[in-house]
Design a protein around this ligand. Structure first.
Ligand code: PDD
Length: 278
């Protein structure tokens, strides 16, 4: 496997980063995961805009222009042989002389990228779907920033896995926010809804794409508050992310969601998503 590190493409196992890197010491960095289909990045401008927002939010100047990022990503994807893949990129606040919480004056950002295979998405004929459990959202107040400091997300996802589920659906003050590493859609009484954007959830690129896709094709989709009660009564629940695309959740805390099978709204969204990708 190949990676990109500070201007160079090299085998992943030859990449060397200092243990003094602030990404390692503090989780002090921003990241993106960008899907590429047939060698072409999907929604790249949207991912790069969100990277800008994260970097601005953590006060780290973006070391590259969008054109430079696009060229670097294209180079890496080509070197990796094209096909379907996920590009992981991260920018950290670099390598200071000494460990100090305050921003270093001397460090240059560390830029790292790698390419991984994308898991095959669940097709419209999916039998089972995924399972989820509900957990209290105990993360910080800036979940709209895509930072590498993911320990709460890691612990929440692990709790879901150990409960035999695939994802944790998070509730803060009685309202649904998102998954440990995904956004959430809910279908109630033939209405598609997703939590309204706020500092408590990531502005998912896939989420925005699905909202757009539904609205363009005449399916209303509300961005609004979703209560614990609405989640519990949902006929359908979907997860969206750059690696999951649109995935139906058919069991919530061990109980079937709706009739326990992937729903009709999901099948429609899934089909439209595939048409758009092709
Ligand atoms: N995670 N919310 C959280 C907390 C996430 O980590 C992610 C994505 C999403 C979905 O965002 P998008 O549609 O832009 O991928 C929502 C990535 C895939 C990850 O950490 O691996």
């Amino acid at each position: 496997r190949l990676c990109y590190l500070n201007g160079e493409i090299l085998p992943l196992d030859e990449a060397r980063i200092s243990p003094m890197d602030r990404g390692f010491l503090f989780g002090d960095g921003a990241y993106e995961v960008i899907p590429a289909y047939d060698g072409r990045p999907f929604r790249l401008p949207e991912h790069l805009r969100r990277l800008d927002q994260t970097l601005e939010g953590i006060r780290l100047p973006n070391p590259h222009s969008h054109a430079e990022w696009a060229a670097m990503i294209a180079r890496l994807l080509e070197a990796a042989g094209g096909g379907d893949a996920g590009v992981y990129l991260q920018v950290t606040r670099g390598v200071p002389e000494v460990r100090d919480h305050a921003f270093p004056l001397d460090a240059r950002p560390t830029v790292f990228m790698t390419v991984s295979p994308l898991p095959a998405p669940l097709g419209p004929e999916a039998g089972e779907g995924a399972s989820a459990i509900r957990l209290r959202d105990n993360r910080w107040g800036r979940c709209d920033l895509k930072t590498t400091a993911l320990l709460p997300n890691v612990l929440l996802r692990q709790e879901a896995i150990e409960a035999g589920a695939d994802e944790a659906l998070l509730l803060r003050d009685g309202q649904l926010t998102e998954g440990a590493a995904s956004n959430v859609f809910v279908v109630c009484n033939n209405e598609v809804m997703t939590p309204r954007q706020s500092p408590n959830l990531l502005p998912g690129v896939t989420r925005d794409f699905v909202v757009e896709l539904l609205r363009e094709r005449g399916v209303p989709c509300q961005c609004s508050a979703i209560s614990a009660d609405q989640l519990a009564r949902a006929d359908e629940i979907w997860l969206t992310s750059s690696t999951k695309e649109v995935l139906p959740v058919t069991r919530l805390d061990g109980e079937p969601v709706g009739d326990g099978r992937p729903g009709a709204f999901w099948r429609q969204a899934r089909t439209w998503f595939d048409e758009y990708k092709a």
